[in-house]
Design a protein around this ligand. Sequence first.
Ligand code: ZN
Length: 285
Amino acid sequence: MFRFFCWVLLAVLPATSQVGSVAIYTQFQHQPAKAVLNAIQTEASSLMSPAGLHLTWKSLPSTGSEVSSAIAVVSFQGRCSAAVLPPQPGLELRLGWSHVSDGAVLPFAGIDCDTILGFVGRRLNTMPSAGRDEVFGKAIGRVLAHEFDHMFAESAEHGARDMDRPEYSADELLSPSLNRGPFNTHILRPASGVPAQPTILASAGAAAFAKSGCAACHGAHGEGTRHGPLLRTPGRLLNSVMLATRLARAEQKMYKRAIAMKLPAPSIEETEIADVVLFLNQQNF
Ligand SMILES: [Zn+2]
């Protein structure tokens, strides 16, 4: 077992109008093989999709100036290749890190491919060589999704889900699929039918919030009750990506709480998130 060492500083993500496409800019010290790259992107995308986030992958030149409109930039250090001999693992296995700094607009994450290979390399070498690139890419994608979860939720905390646990074994990083946890359903539902523009009315947000069953635990204004925490830190504004990611993080506990309280399972549509964010941002607490 090892620990992820994560440095998460606080920052404000640019507010997006609704949950949807999140641009991820990637930068590689050494360009990986296509199979590795595909596996990284596929795995990270599928782990983030329950939070309503659809990742759009873009690449940056390996040496280059800063990008000002990105929502997240990831730089990959080392060789993201299953073909090179793994280095000896050090004592501190820092596979990935996030830093989202206060003044800067851009949230950054870093992934250390060499360290990941050092961690999983011995097990990886026992696997059929034909599939190694994909298995290794998946492992990197899982580390990346873990960092996205910190970045987008703006939280350094860990949980018990597939992607926010504080520790993983090499076997878990290399397994065909991570454990999905006891619930297959998600509170955040994909938009049904034609994607609607957010109505951007606080009253629409209030209606969505009430209809979704959130108020039963979080209070009529999201101010919190003994059954659920307040939904916005006083003095700080939420954005859609943050709300959706936090919702995904907490959903297993919410389901359990709803079952215990004999309440219907809470459920909200992706297109309603922006309205709920506006509603919560307008409350005086
Ligand atoms: Zn972490």
